[in-house]
Design a protein around this ligand. Structure first.
Ligand code: SF4
Ligand code: SF4
Length: 372
C-alpha cells in the first residue's frame, strides 16, 4: 500500500508537495525515548550475562568433584536452546503438557511469539541480546566506514530468504519428520538432558572452526547492518512471521507528513516508511527510530489502525517487558520453569559429558532407556 510521493532510492530527498504546507507542523519534543529501548536491551544483556556466569558456576561445581552445596541452576540458560524450545512446542501441542526437561526453552520461545503477535518483532528489537550485539556491531561499523550497510535489493531479498529456509528446515524436521515416539525419545535422551551444558561448552571450549565462523559473522555484521538478524536468524524469521498478526504497526498519517525522508534514513531495517501508510514488513522490530526522528508529531505512530491506541516508547517498554516478566513469573509460580533433572543426575552426567552417549548425529540420539 503506497501513499505520498515515491522515491526510487532510500535516502533520496523527495520534493515536498505544496499542499502539505497548509498543515501546521507540530514539532516533536525530544524526550529521550530512544534511551528506553537501549536500557531495555542493556537490562536483558545483563540478565543473560548473569545467567551465563551462574550456569558456568553450576557446571564447574560438578566438573570439579561436587564438594559442598551445589549452586542453583539458572533455568533461563534454556533460552539459548531454540531447537529444544521448538521440540517442546510440538510436544506440548501433541500431549497438552510442557516437557519437564527444558520447559524454560519452550516458555521463552512462546513469549517471543506472544510479544511478536502483540507488538511486531519487539522481541528482536527490545529483548534479544544477539539483536543488541548485532545492532551494536553494525553501529560501530558505520562509524568507521560511513556506509549505511544496505545491500542492493537484488542481493538483499534472496539473502533475507535464508533465515526462512533455515526455519522451514527445523519446522520440517521437527513437525513433519519426527514421529511422536521419536520426539519423546529425543526429549528424554541423554543428549537432550545435557544440551544446555553442551551449549555452554560450545562457548567456553570453542574450537578454531567455530571461532572463525563467529569472527566471520562479526566482520559481516560490521559491514552489513544487522547481518545475522536480517539474513540468518531462524528465531527472528519465526518472530517475523508472527509479527504479521500484530495489530500494532507503525502508522503514517499522510496529511501530517512533510516528506522529509528522515524516517527512511533512520530505519535500521531499511523500510521505506515514507511511502507506506502502515508498516507491515516482517523486518519491523518496533524500534521506533522512525517515530523518534520524525519532525511532525502527528505523522508517525506505533498504533492500531486509524491511529487508535498510540503507544509511546515507555508504553512499548512496559508491554514488552511485562510480557516476559509476567510470563516467566507465572511459569515459575506454576512449576513450569525449572527442569525436573535432579542434582544427583547432574552429578552423574556432567563428568561424562564427552562420552558417546551424549552425542547426537543429525537429530538421531543414542538409544534411550528409562534409567538414562
Ligand atoms: S524504524 Fe520504524 S519501521 Fe523501521 S524497524 Fe524501527 S519501528 Fe519499524
Ligand atoms: S520522518 Fe515523518 S514527516 Fe518525515 S517523511 Fe517520515 S513520516 Fe513524513
Amino acid at each position: 500500500m503506497r501513499d505520498g510521493p515515491m522515491t526510487t532510492e532510500i535516502g533520496t530527498q523527495s520534493p515536498a508537495l505544496p499542499l502539505k504546507r497548509r498543515f501546521k507542523i507540530i514539532r516533536r519534543k525530544t524526550n529521550g525515548q530512544t534511551d528506553w529501548r537501549f536500557w531495555s536491551q542493556v537490562f536483558w544483556v545483563g540478565i543473560c550475562v548473569w545467567i551465563g556466569w551462574e550456569f558456568w558456576r553450576f557446571v564447574r561445581f560438578y566438573e570439579s568433584g561436587a564438594a559442598g552445596l551445589p549452586p542453583d541452576r539458572p533455568a533461563g540458560a534454556e533460552a539459548f536452546l531454540p531447537i529444544s524450545g521448538l521440540l517442546g512446542l510440538r510436544d506440548w501441542i501433541i500431549n497438552g503438557v510442557l516437557n519437564h526437561i527444558h520447559p524454560a526453552a519452550t516458555i521463552v520461545l512462546g513469549l517471543a511469539l506472544v510479544s511478536s503477535v502483540v507488538l511486531k518483532k519487539s522481541f528482536c528489537g527490545w529483548v534479544c541480546p544477539i539483536g543488541f550485539t548485532s545492532e551494536s556491531v553494525g553501529a560501530a561499523g558505520r562509524k568507521i566506514h560511513h556506509w549505511k550497510g544496505q545491500l542492493p535489493k537484488a542481493l538483499d531479498l534472496p539473502l533475507r530468504g535464508i533465515k526462512y529456509l533455515l526455519l522451514a528446515f527445523f519446522v520440517w524436521a521437527i513437525f513433519m519428520q519426527m514421529s511422536p515416539q521419536a520426539l519423546a525419545a529425543f526429549i528424554g535422551s541423554p543428549y537432550n538432558k545435557v544440551a544446555d551444558i553442551k551449549m555452554l561448552k560450545f562457548f567456553t571450549e570453542m574450537d578454531a572452526q567455530s571461532l572463525w565462523i563467529i569472527l566471520g559473522l562479526v566482520v559481516m555484521g560490521f559491514v552489513v547492518n544487522g547481518f545475522w538478524c536480517r539474513f540468518l536468524c531462524p528465531y527472528g524469521a519465526l518472530a517475523g512471521l508472527a509479527s504479521f498478526l500484530s495489530p500494532f504497526k507503525i502508522t503514517r498519517t499522510a496529511s501530517a507528513c512533510i516528506d522529509c525522508n528522515k524516517c527512511n534514513v533512520a530505519c535500521p531495517a531499511h523500510i521505506p516508511v515514507m511511502q507506506l501508510k502502515r508498516v507491515r514488513s516482517d523486518e519491523c522490530n518496533a524500534c521506533m527510530e522512525c517515530v523518534d526522528v520524525c519532525p511532525s508529531a502527528e505523522a508517525l505512530n506505533l498504533s492500531l489502525p486509524k491511529n487508535y491506541a498510540r503507544i509511546s516508547r515507555v508504553g512499548a517498554l512496559i508491554a514488552v517487558t511485562g510480557i516476559f516478566v509476567v510470563g516467566i513469573g507465572l511459569a515459575q509460580l506454576t512449576g513450569h520453569w525449572q527442569t525436573s533433572i535432579t542434582s544427583e543426575e547432574y552429578a552423574r552426567r556432567i563428568p561424562h559429558i564427552n562420552d558417546p552417549a551424549y552425542y547426537h548425529n543429525q537429530g538421531t540420539v543414542p538409544e534411550y532407556s528409562p534409567e538414562d
